[in-house]
Design a protein around this ligand. Structure first.
Ligand code: F0G
Length: 374
């Protein structure tokens, strides 16, 4: 296999770049699509469930897909600095790609409300981290104004290049499965990613009619496995931050899934469009359901995602029980971020480690007590 060089190189023909574009990449994308073998049995349902584990991107979330494009295009346009508001992951990705590009990065985050790993990343990559006494929605309003008055490039998902990068997740799913799944479930926060997924699926589904601009059909840009259909898109929001589910902004959003603690999503309309065109829906899950799904996934499948990501598992569990998702279906869940991003929430849910003297009998006793029963 050729050395994988990141999603811009891999999908050059489908992205707004040319041979003079200075690509800023950390070899993002190409994440594993893991079949969840134990979960269907646990749920007592005859379905195939796959996790698209976006937590295995270079900074640990799907944001790297959008950020390689946004920073590449910002640098191409001569930008010396970028800015974003974030619940954590966007700031981590922005900081890393800015470091890679040798430009400055400013991030606005809600004070005390982002997971520890994400804060560490933004700080370590050398961004100027500005904590605001306010929430993500306040930050979003401020960065749009500040980008205008200072001329710094805005890299939130309202930047049109972000969804271009993020749409590639759908390409990879189709290449792995040979076609689109029946359902694609994902968390919805600022609501950019669901529309980006939909754009990617749509592009692949209509590819048959698109003539190749490069050759007579033999060039490497020609892909064999194209989609014959598009999935039903299902978006999940946390109960304390579910503006799209309830059709109105939430003034003080609250959820343990801090990544999606958002009350007034910037890409609301695009998300609605994806839902309507695909015949899908939005639904909510409680914090308890989210944490239970995170733990279930970690303990039955060995996949550790952050709380916001686990909402797709929590959501499809309910929708399968209620018969909203049909038996026999193929379902892909995007696990948007890695569990290591938020160690505090994970540790808070688990039994504390045991502490014993460094003596063999103690260890043997614990092993015997805890061996699975024959
Ligand atoms: N999952 C994770 C782990 C996220 O970090 C986000 C968004 C989402 C899901 C929702 O995606 O906004 O496209 O609907 N995080 C943004 C941030 C808001 O600042 O990191 P979305």
């Amino acid at each position: 296999m050729a050395h994988y060089l990141g999603l811009i190189e891999n999908y050059r023909d489908r992205l707004p770049v040319d041979e003079n574009t200075p690509v800023v990449s950390l070899c993002e994308g190409n994440t594993p699509l893991i079949e969840l073998k134990n979960l269907p049995q646990r749920l007592g349902k005859n379905v195939r469930i796959y996790a698209k584990f976006e937590g295995l991107n270079p900074t640990g979330s799907f944001k790297d897909r959008g950020m390689t494009m946004a920073v590449t295009k910002a640098v191409e346009a001569g930008a010396k600095a970028i800015i974003c508001a974030s619940t954590g992951n966007t700031s981590a990705a922005a900081a890393a790609y800015a470091a890679r590009a040798g430009i400055a990065c400013f991030v606005l985050i809600p004070e005390g409300k982002i997971a520890l790993g994400k804060l560490a990343q933004a700080m370590m990559h050398g961004a100027l981290v500005i904590q605001i006494r306010g929430n993500f929605d306040d930050g979003m309003r401020l960065v749009q104004l500040a980008a205008e008055t200072t001329g710094v490039a805005l890299v939130n998902s309202i930047n049109p290049f972000r969804p271009q990068g993020q749409k590639t997740v759908a390409f990879e799913v189709i290449e792995a499965l040979g076609d689109a799944p029946d359902y694609h479930a994902l968390p919805v926060g600022n609501a950019g990613n669901i529309g980006a997924h939909w754009a990617g699926y749509s592009e692949m589904a209509c590819e048959q009619t698109k003539a190749c601009a490069y050759c007579d059909g033999k060039c490497p840009f020609h892909r064999e496995k194209l989609a014959t259909r598009r999935p039903i898109m299902v978006g999940y929001q946390a109960s304390g931050a579910a503006p799209i589910v309830h059709g109105k902004p939430v003034e003080n959003p609250e959820t343990v899934a801090t990544a999606i603690r958002i009350g007034n999503p910037a890409s609301w309309e695009l998300a609605l469009n994806a839902q309507r065109e695909s015949g899908g829906w939005f639904a909510e899950c409680t914090d308890e359901e989210i944490l239970a799904a995170q733990k279930l996934l970690a303990q039955t499948e060995g996949v550790f995602c952050e709380p916001a990501s686990a909402i797709s598992i929590a959501g499809i569990t309910k929708d399968l029980e209620e018969g909203r998702i049909r038996e026999g279906a193929t379902i892909v869940c995007t696990l948007t971020g890695h569990g290591l991003k938020d160690p505090d929430t994970a540790i808070g849910q688990c039994v504390k480690p045991l502490t014993v003297d460094a003596e063999l009998p103690e260890i043997e006793r614990l092993i015997r007590q805890n061996l699975p029963k024959a």
